[in-house]
Design a protein around this ligand. Structure first.
Ligand code: PHE
Length: 343
């Protein structure tokens, strides 16, 4: 019996355990119900009475030593710094070192926000699910105005009157009215966000895209301010040699209205596929805020004037990074996204 005890003790002392599985094996072999220790305690019944005292003491010592050894093995699983070596070491350098990158639309959004912030424009936000009032009626779209049709609206629910219909906003101009209602002039803000139009998805068009709206309302704001603001923006965004040109246009909420083109920075006006050989590419709609819109928003048009503009963020990103398919922005293919590392 004493020999057996000696043998178990030696085996336990030599036991190596590198992980929890092996430590558990130790516990099962020595300390569990069916383990070696219990086996010995069972044998104890057969020990002659005169030896019981001596062997009993040895068995109790063995029990204590096995428990001690078990605790020791558990301890050694942690290294000297006290970290569990089985858990990942968060301080180790990563293996391939590749970082994610910002989405090209995020990059362009950030750049636009930065450029306008330096001209004193704050950033504002508005709802994507919007009433007809803010998206159309308050912006001077008459009830059956054909311009409503042109916006390919997604309808959410019908209201009592047309102005109460709920829709997905077709442009960011809805935030103009909300902003003018909420704050007193002077106002100088941009509003960036997602807009929706019921258009067939193709390389050139999508049913969801992003716009940036700009609004400046104060005393004596003139058309020249609009032109200078957009010229400065275009130079900052596309390069200092960029020129702009204004073409007369129509929007119900601005009067006069103009489409803004920039000189093609790819062919420098020579004519290429991007500018369809014209030397110019369209980037924005704009104009002086119509007095009716000011009145609808609670601002006196006799006292204040203002300009507004709106442009597509995807369009700017496509021009800036020479991207030829708008669907790429929403596919999230990492081969596409990886190209903007460090951009
Ligand atoms: N909301 C117009 C559009 O989506 C753009 C625009 C904004 C035009 C502000 C003039 C003034 O096409």
């Amino acid at each position: 019996m004493l020999e057996k005890i000696e043998k178990v003790l030696k085996e336990a002392g030599d036991w190596k355990a590198k992980n929890s599985e092996e430590i558990e094996k130790f516990r099962l072999s020595f300390l569990s119900k069916k383990g070696r220790l219990n086996e010995l305690f069972d044998d104890f019944k057969n020990v002659p009475n005169e030896k019981k005292r001596e062997i009993g003491q040895e068995l109790n010592k063995l029990k204590a030593k096995l428990e001690e050894r078990f605790a020791e093995l558990q301890q050694s699983k942690s290294n000297s710094a006290g970290l569990d070596i089985e858990k990942p070491d968060v301080f180790l350098p990563e293996i391939n070192g590749s970082l994610g990158s910002l989405h090209p639309l995020t990059l362009v959004r950030k750049r636009i926000t930065e450029i306008f912030a330096r001209m004193g424009f704050s950033s504002e936000d508005g709802p994507e699910i919007e009433s007809d009032w803010y998206n159309f009626t308050a912006l001077n779209f008459a009830e059956n105005h054909p311009a409503r049709e042109m916006q390919d609206t997604f309808f959410v629910s019908k209201g009592k009157e047309q102005k109460d219909d709920m829709i997905l906003r077709t442009h960011t101009s809805n935030v103009q009215v909300r902003l003018m209602e909420a704050k007193k002039p002077p106002l100088r803000s941009i509003m960036i966000g997602r807009v929706y139009r019921n258009e067939a998805i193709s390389a050139r068009a999508h049913c969801q895209f992003h716009q940036v709206e700009g609004l400046y309302i104060d005393k004596n704001v003139s058309f020249k301010d609009l032109k200078d603001t957009l010229l400065h923006f275009s130079k900052e965004m596309f390069g200092k040699d960029t020129k702009i040109r204004l073409r007369p246009s129509y929007f119900p909420f601005t009067e006069p209205s103009a489409e803004i083109d920039i000189s093609c920075f790819i062919c420098k006006g020579e004519g290429c596929n991007i500018c369809k050989k014209t030397g110019w590419v369209e980037i924005a709609g704009s104009g002086m805020v119509d007095p009716n819109v000011l009145i609808n928003s609670g601002i006196d048009p006799e006292e204040y004037t203002g300009f507004a503009f709106g442009m597509g963020i995807e369009r700017i990103a496509m021009l800036k990074y020479d991207i030829n398919d708008i669907r790429l922005f929403f596919d999230n293919d990492v081969r596409f996204l990886n190209q903007f590392q460090g951009a």
